[in-house]
Design a protein around this ligand. Structure first.
Ligand code: UT7
Length: 325
């Protein structure tokens, strides 16, 4: 039987035009540019305009990824969208992205794992491709978190931003050695005992409203370094790589102190870390593909690189993925 691996053929991203700076926020709530920079590393974030939907951002990101992959949308048979801010309660935002791309075959669905959504979606798509059920997938992380923020709560509204990123995966027959391109391993985890640390206090089945994001930041922070480091270590054991062999570390962008803590704990050199927090804030499921896109445009993401991705978010959910670019 042929060995199949999901090769990442293209990356794309899209950010709303409107920028909200820390100083802009200081006019809305009792905060300061200095506090936000020092505690998080965030300087600004992009905010979607009225009527600019999660699917609009996702479609733009996916189109760019397809162009860069030189793959015709009609050859896509799977669209997976990671989002916690869908356009509608149903259908899935992925279905809107699918039709926006002009795709009408295969399947499209959303994945709900909050900030870990992209790692979950990548893992699911990778497994479908490896099983031979689909050939080419678009995996999107797209969010408009500005719509679920409590703009009076300084402890959360300063952290998040809107945006989308996407990758195109293609199933390729290989020999199965770890030097070949593609996704080498993914690991996803969750523990619902920690739901109350990070959640949205509304929903169609409970309050019949959308609700607002609520977070015990200090507690989430406490879990982050330990849980993420653990799942990265599992991923490295699965593939037989050591942390110093990682060429590029592309983490979910929640807080610069978390990223630095993990890199330090695992012994990943600071020059290998991709930071987009300053410009994007925390864009939840969109942050990893947005960071991949940034690394690509900075000429840091080149063929053959060993790329580590990781995230943790509401649920709690967390996960990691290792890919040879
Ligand atoms: O992506 C999903 C996962 N999310 C995360 O990983 C987020 C994890 N958590 C964090 O990044 C950090 O906990 C935060 C950035 C949310 C908060 O940083 P912190 O260093 O943990 O601050 P804190 O919550 O312990 O608050 C310290 C102080 C408090 O004042 P007192 O009680 O010490 O007087 C807060 O009221 O900072 C205050 N504070 C603020 N001050 C100015 C909280 N938010 C703000 C603010 N501006 N925006």
């Amino acid at each position: 039987m042929a060995f199949i691996r999901s090769v990442i053929r293209g990356v794309g991203a899209h950010l709303p035009k409107r920028i909200l700076s820390n100083d802009d926020l200081a006019r809305l709530v009792d905060t300061s540019d200095a506090w936000i920079r020092e505690r998080t590393g965030i300087v600004q974030r992009h905010i979607a305009e009225e009527g600019e939907l999660t699917s609009d951002l996702g479609i733009a990101a996916a189109r760019q990824a397809l162009v860069r992959a030189a793959i015709d949308p009609i050859d896509i048979d799977l669209v997976v969208c990671a989002t916690s801010t869908p356009d509608r309660t149903f259908p899935a935002t992925a279905v809107r992205i699918q039709s926006g791309l002009g795709v009408s075959k295969g399947a499209a669905f959303d994945v709900q794992a909050v900030c870990s959504g992209f790692v979950y979606a990548l893992s699911i798509a990778d497994n479908f491709l490896k099983a031979g059920q689909f050939k080419r997938a678009v995996v999107v992380g797209a969010e408009t978190f500005s719509r679920i923020l409590d703009w009076k709560d300084r402890s959360t509204c300063v952290l998040f931003g809107d945006g989308a990123g996407a990758v195109v995966l293609e199933a390729q027959a290989q020999h199965g050695n770890r030097e070949e391109r593609g996704i080498l391993a993914t690991r996803i985890r969750s523990d619902g005992r920690f739901e109350e640390l990070l959640y949205v206090d509304g929903g169609p089945g409970s309050t019949k409203t959308t609700g607002h994001l609520r977070m015990n930041g200090r507690e989430v922070f406490r879990h982050a370094v330990q849980k993420i480091s653990g799942v990265i270590e599992e991923t490295l054991v699965m593939t037989g790589y050591a942390p110093d062999e990682i060429d590029l570390y592309v983490p979910h962008q929640a807080n610069k102190r978390i990223l630095d803590g993990i890199a330090q704990r695992l012994g990943i050199r600071p020059d290998k870390v991709v930071y987009t927090l300053a410009k994007h804030g925390n864009t939840s499921a969109a942050s990893i593909p947005l960071a991949l896109n940034q690394a690509l445009e900075d000429h840091r993401l080149t063929e053959g690189r060993l790329v580590l991705m990781e995230a943790m978010g509401g649920g709690l959910t967390w996960g990691a993925a290792l890919a040879r670019w």
